[in-house]
Design a protein around this ligand. Structure first.
Ligand code: CU
Length: 619
């Protein structure tokens, strides 16, 4: 469904005129999948200078891009635990300005003085990781205005403090004309090795910027130290992004036309879920910026050496599109060896050993990451990477089955840019008790809901909510400093997230990870950590709403502060589906959650990925 119409159509800029100087240039349809530029830390420091640009492309769509000093787009930032990232971001967005929530005569939302003071106070007291740069709470830290040209960065999945110059998205607003803004933080010593990512997070404008391509990967090195099964493997970063349809008025391709269901649009123009796994998609997809547009889905090309094993590190950086990845050779689905979810190796669960979870399809919600071993096809065998259809519910967008890339096998295939160490030193054992063995200090319930602005008009705009049970649903208000939830650092809590809408939502929380305990009320044998999870849709008639039960980990001192939880379908987030949580500093001796005392439900069979199985018939 569509977001609340709180702002008008996107700004229009002057299209790029000289191809040799094209801003945010993108590869052609059918290209080989390029690898993003790798920027690696040296001597414990990674210095990065990014310029943030935008342009209207030939199709009239707004592109956004992060450009490195070398001219590369959306570079992969590679750091080790304990390394420092010093990232300078220069906002060079152009175009007419739209202001969040502003109609004629209104002023833009501003932070209260209390908010700025609290943030400054926290920084000054050093509640969290020490900051080595002199910081002020003026300028971009003071959230003077939030507009379509404002930006900031969220380091999705990293456990770094939610404060300005680190991972704050509430108050940090960088405007065009500001000088380069410096992000500076240290990757925590115990940050799990895996795939994280960066993207802008300006409430009301996040979807537009991410949809336009504003995203990149961040890798905490050392996954081969956590799991020897990937030692020595070539690695490949694959980022799937979505964008508005390049050919929105095209009829379905011949192969799809016999099955094509009727096209129904929501009021924002996105194709609604057909429930068939076919038909026109709500959004086009690209893989490392190679477009694979509707209706022909001419695939990109991934070249591998015959039968070569690689580690694929896949990020779903889509604004609203769910993925259900499958690799098939000569039409036969291949087993993919999952080693990490949302940046965390799956064996970081208190159980020693190198685990690999073999699956034939991998559901990835927007914002999610999955890292898995792929064995390339034999020479002459036809390979494909597809996303299978995802049933997003009657109110959701259409995510049909479609190819992303063909996989070719040739001894002449180029080497990947990066290969994991052959003989890595094992990662030290986790210092903290496995989350699944910690007794929660309390349980909370939150629910997703939506209302039509005009209940009598199904095509009227929707307002989106995530609400603590017992409260009245209220769209996120960026000018409010009142947290919806307050917890204390050191606590572990169970959260039930209920979906009272007829479309899927992807629950995400900044700063912390969680473990899935229950899916639809049934115990889930998923001893893994995540930061983003699909919450299945309600069918509109069942007496019980679909839910997930999550064990939330607030033990890390870096989680102290005020930050957000939200739906990672970004038009929902922009439309109000976000809440504030404040993690208070630990009260020494007041809460010691690290007791192994809860009796866990008896689980049968091998661990599996219940939460990765997306609802509906298209699996
Ligand atoms: Cu949502």
């Amino acid at each position: 469904m569509l977001a609340v119409a709180i702002f008008a159509a996107l700004p229009t800029c002057v299209p790029a005129q000289n191809p040799s100087q094209e801003v945010c240039a993108r590869p052609a349809v059918g290209s080989a999948v390029p690898e993003p530029e790798d920027l690696r830390s040296k001597g414990g420091v990674l210095r990065v200078e990014l310029i943030y640009r935008n342009v209207v492309d030939a199709n009239g769509q707004m592109r956004y891009c992060y450009v490195s000093k070398d001219g590369g787009q959306a570079p992969t930032l590679r750091l080790n635990p304990d390394d420092e990232l010093i990232l300078s971001l220069k906002n060079e967005l152009t175009g007419p300005v739209q202001i969040m929530g502003q109609s004629a005569g209104q002023s833009a939302p501003r932070l209260s003085k209390l908010a700025v003071a609290q943030t400054a106070d926290k920084t000054a007291k050093g509640d969290s990781m020490p900051i080595t740069a002199p910081m002020t709470m003026q300028g971009p830290c003071a959230a003077k205005k939030m507009t379509s040209l404002s930006t900031n960065l969220h380091f999705h999945g990293l456990t770094v403090p939610p404060i300005c110059h680190q991972d704050d998205v509430l108050y940090t607003m960088i405007q065009p004309g500001d000088g380069p803004f410096e992000y500076r933080f240290k990757v925590p010593t115990d940050e799990p090795p895996g795939l994280y990512w960066y993207h802008p997070h300006v409430h009301g404008f996040t979807k537009a910027q991410v949809l336009g391509g504003a995203s990149g990967a961040l890798i905490v090195e050392g996954i081969e130290r956590a799991n020897r099964e990937v030692a020595g493997l070539p690695e490949r970063v694959l980022i799937v992004r979505d964008q508005d349809l390049v050919n929105p008025n095209a009829p379905p391709s011949k192969s799809d036309s016999a099955l094509a269901p009727p096209v129904m649009l929501d009021a924002e123009g996105d194709v609604m879920n057909t429930g068939t796994g076919t038909g026109k998609p709500a959004k086009d997809l690209s893989i490392n910026f190679v477009p694979v547009p509707y209706p022909d889905y001419h695939p990109a090309v991934i070249a591998m050496k015959p039968s070569e094993r690689q580690l694929w590190r896949v990020l779903n950086a889509s604004a609203i599109t769910y993925l259900n990845l499958q690799v098939a050779y000569n039409g036969v689905a291949q087993a993919l060896g999952v080693v990490a979810l949302d940046g965390v190796p799956i064996n970081q669960n208190g159980v020693p050993g190198n685990s690999v979870l073999w699956q034939t399809h991998l559901g990835v919600p927007p914002g999610g990451r999955i890292e898995f071993i792929v064995k390339g096809p034999a020479e002459g065998v036809k390979g494909t990477l597809v996303t299978r259809g995802v049933n997003t519910g009657s109110g959701g967008e259409n995510d049909p089955e479609r190819p992303l890339a063909i996989i070719t096998a040739s001894a002449k295939a180029p080497e990947t840019q990066s290969t994991l160490a052959v003989n890595p030193a094992p990662l030290p054992a986790q210092g903290s008790t496995w989350l699944g063995n910690v007794k929660p200090v309390r349980t909370r319930k939150l629910f997703f809901s939506e209302t039509l602005q005009n209940p009598n008009d199904p095509n009227s705009p929707t307002t989106f909510y995530i609400t603590v049970d017992g409260e009245t649903p209220k769209a996120f208000d960026p000018s409010s400093m009142i947290p919806n939830i307050t917890v204390r650092q050191g606590d572990v809590e169970d959260w039930i997230i209920e979906n009272r809408t007829q479309e899927v939502h992807a629950f995400h929380i900044h700063q912390v990870h969680f473990m899935l305990l229950q899916w639809f009320g049934l115990p889930a044998n998923e001893p893994y950590l995540r930061d983003t999870i699909n919450v299945p849709f309600w069918d509109g008639k069942s007496a019980v709403y679909p839910m997930v039960r999550l064990r939330m980990d607030f033990r890390d001192p870096n989680s102290v502060g005020t930050f957000v939880y939200h739906c990672h379908l970004l038009e929902h987030e922009d439309g109000g589906m976000m809440g504030l949580i404040r993690v208070e500093p630990k009260n020494d001796g007041a809460s010691k959650p690290n007791a192994i005392s809860e009796r866990k439900p008896r689980l049968c069979g091998r661990p599996h990925l219940v939460g990765m199985s997306l609802p509906g018939r298209h699996r």
